[in-house]
Ligand binder design. Sequence first.
Ligand SMILES: [Zn+2]
Length: 292
Amino acid sequence: MIAEHSPGTGAAGSVAARRQLRQALLGGRVAHAYLLAGGGEAERLELARYLATALNCQNLQGGEPCGRCRSCRQMAGGNHPDYHLIRPRGATLKIDQIRELEGRLGYRSFQGGARIAVLEGADTLTEAAANCLLKTLEEPPAGTYFILLAAQPDLLLPTIRSRCQEVLLGTAGIVPANGADYWSRLAGGDLAVLLEEILPGLEEEEDLPGVLQAIALACRDQLVWQLTGSAKLLLQPGCPLAPPLPPAKIWRCFQLIQAARAAIERNANRRLALEVLMFNLHRELAGASVEG
Ligand SMILES: [Zn+2]
């Protein structure tokens, strides 16, 4: 199990991440693309807004936005014309959205400052969208900054990651310990068990996105264990592993759980999102067994 409140994670991780960005601002070494990874959705967005505000502040003080200039006031009011935020439509960030963003970035900056594009849920980019974005990251328009936000940076194309300066917010401190327990029950349950026993428990979880994240990590651990047999690579060593399953099915389950988490973080109906997850998991796992 991962200890709670370990150093460098959770809120502390967020403070360290902000310090890292502030130093880049102070040193004039701001990268044109960042990947803010880990932590909670709100923390990542808050950090992106800090960087975006600071980049356009006309009176930056010690790396902190002044909060009073025109640009800072527009950022605070949510109407800065050079700040572009896109978030997944449905479960993924789609190529149309990337093209639309690129269209908007094709014009000059409205106020002569930096143009900032924030991509929430960058770990949900479809392959086509990721390849489209990659071309822009390779030759970014002048004065444009990209800030990618991802709970699961491992899901991004390595070519995209390598174009971004990575800033870690840390997740270990906020991973609830019951993820592995949930996952082994989900992987072994029939549909009635999923709907009657597991779903109501999940629905009552206070930090449902956090619990779903922990379940996804347990699912990931099982995949890594089955493929490598190496306990060193497990994120939550010592947790019970579900019965063996074909790796392709585990991977699909991982994606389903992440999609449900992303939907709930964007305020989807919890009950409905969980029901969809249960049906999809059941369909994926029905009759699944590992040969030999
Ligand atoms: Zn300002």
